[in-house]
Design a protein around this ligand. Structure first.
Ligand code: PHE
Ligand code: NA
Length: 459
């Protein structure tokens, strides 16, 4: 494939800047914001963690988001092929190609556990609709969730359904599949989250939640917590994993990447903070544990839906929208894998989606079992750092805390130091002082930030 930029043909391009924003924001906004952000904030003590997370978003996340999209548009192919082409055209060392490979492998692994949690959202649509939560207390609702997790077959069923939906959408192709999937449902999710925050203001311990989330107590933050904050900044923006490279390859030349990236980051961050503000007031008002782990939203939100009038309908819509958000993220994870199979193995899109999806589904069984049969299995438990980590915890750690931030680091270094400067201001969409300031951040602050977090965790 010596044909550079095959994706940059008119019929393949995003129909507009808006379509790209919707797709990239669709990838960004997902379970990371609504499921993961609140529970890891709870586990890591609140305010100080949130502050570090916000710093990581704007100091590390946004610059990498910009650089990765720009690289993708320049290369115009799958992440692996884009990196191969760019190492040639930019005259850099071949070693940078690892960025593409890291992306394909990380996307593969991340979807394996993401799909399992996606299955939880799927099930909770039905649970909400059936009125199961109506009038139930915290103990009952916690018991429902625990009972659900205890049954591996049920988790496997919904994991499979979720994967099937994702494979179907991706198999149909970039325009018909992705653009249709990413429609106007996300603004509705945003509105619903605001409604939940208002409910929490009136019915929860709102003041306590605000001070938990926003008054930093650094004594509660460990070095591992800082790494988790960095990892989550990468996870939530979908950076360092080839997704934005893949999506950027379809982006028209005249779209301003810097402005678009900022829009996506602000949107993604608002959704996460709103989710926290909806959940923590209910956690405190009901005497629940903020550090309860991955089940946090599946216990607190049903509790609220069970108490509000019209809660069954509201809850059904909420979990349905959460599912849509999860699907738009999941299809973006399958994209680098499918593009790689298409370009390197010459397999059709439909077959790539099916074959890749099947392999990912299989790996996902490890996560399914982590919540029941393998609950007490800690494969790397003999290493102090991984003590108590299940297969799911290890996969999440490997992808979110290692592969994504290190992929981001490599992208920042590649764009900041290895690529030719000419044409960069126009490609990024920044001129003069703004461009120089951006390059300073990308070349020094972003790598230093990631480097310091890793150094501290190694010592
Ligand atoms: N950003 C997504 C979320 O917050 C997760 C994701 C990770 C998507 C990696 C693509 C790649 O839910
Ligand atoms: Na996100």
């Amino acid at each position: 494939s010596q044909n550079t930029q095959p994706h940059q043909q008119a019929n393949n391009l995003w129909s507009s800047r808006m379509a790209f924003i919707l797709a990239a924001a669709g990838s960004a906004v997902g379970l990371g914001n609504i499921w993961k952000f609140p529970y890891i904030t709870g586990e890591n003590g609140g305010g100080a963690f949130v502050l570090v997370y916000l710093a990581c978003i704007f100091l590390i996340g946004v610059p990498v988001l910009i650089a990765e999209t720009m690289i993708g548009r320049r290369g115009g192919q799958s992440p692996v092929a884009t990196m191969r082409t760019l190492t040639q055209t930019e005259g850099t060392a071949r070693g940078w190609r690892i960025i593409g490979w890291n992306g394909v492998i990380a996307s593969f692994l991340v979807l394996s556990f993401y799909a399992v949690i996606g299955g939880w959202a799927l099930v909770y649509i039905g649970k909400a609709a059936s009125g199961l939560f109506t009038g139930a207390d915290a103990e009952t609702i916690g018991g429902q969730f625990g009972g659900f997790l205890a049954n591996p077959w049920e988790l496997l069923l919904w994991h499979s359904v979720f994967m099937a939906i994702v494979v179907f959408i991706v198999g149909r192709g970039i325009r018909s599949g992705l653009e249709k999937a990413v429609n106007m449902l996300m603004p509705l999710l945003f509105v619903l989250l605001i409604a939940m925050v208002i409910y929490a203001m009136n019915n929860g311990s709102f003041g306590r939640a605000v001070s938990f989330m926003f008054s930093p107590d650094f004594s509660k933050l460990t070095t591992a917590g800082v790494l988790t904050a960095l990892g989550h900044a990468a996870f939530t923006l979908s950076i360092g994993i080839g997704v934005l490279m893949a999506y950027g390859s379809y982006l028209p030349k005249d779209v301003n990447i810097a402005r678009t990236a900022m829009t996506i980051a602000v949107l993604d961050t608002s959704v996460a903070l709103l989710a926290g503000l909806a959940i923590f007031p209910l956690v405190f008002a009901n005497g629940l544990e903020p550090g309860a782990g991955p089940g946090l939203i599946f216990v607190t939100l049903p509790l609220a839906f069970g108490q509000m009038s019209g809660g069954a309908l509201f809850g059904t819509i909420f979990f349905a929208l959460l599912l849509v958000a999860a699907i738009t993220s999941a299809i973006s994870m399958l994209e680098p894998v499918v593009e790689w199979l298409e370009e390197h193995k010459g397999v059709s899109r439909a077959k790539s989606a099916f074959g890749g999806g099947l392999a990912i589904w299989f790996i996902g069984i490890g996560t399914v079992l982590s919540f029941n049969v393998w609950e007490d299995l800690h494969p790397l438990g003999f290493i102090a750092f991984f003590e108590g980590k299940t297969v799911f915890d290890l996969l999440d750690f490997l992808v979110s805390n290692l592969m994504m931030p290190l992929g981001g680091l490599a992208i920042a270094l590649f764009a900041g130091w290895a690529m030719k400067r000419e044409g960069l201001p126009a490609d990024i969409g920044l001129q003069g002082g703004a461009f120089r300031a951006f390059m300073f951040v990308l070349r020094y602050l972003t790598p230093a930030g990631i480097g310091v977090v890793f150094l501290y965790n190694l010592i």
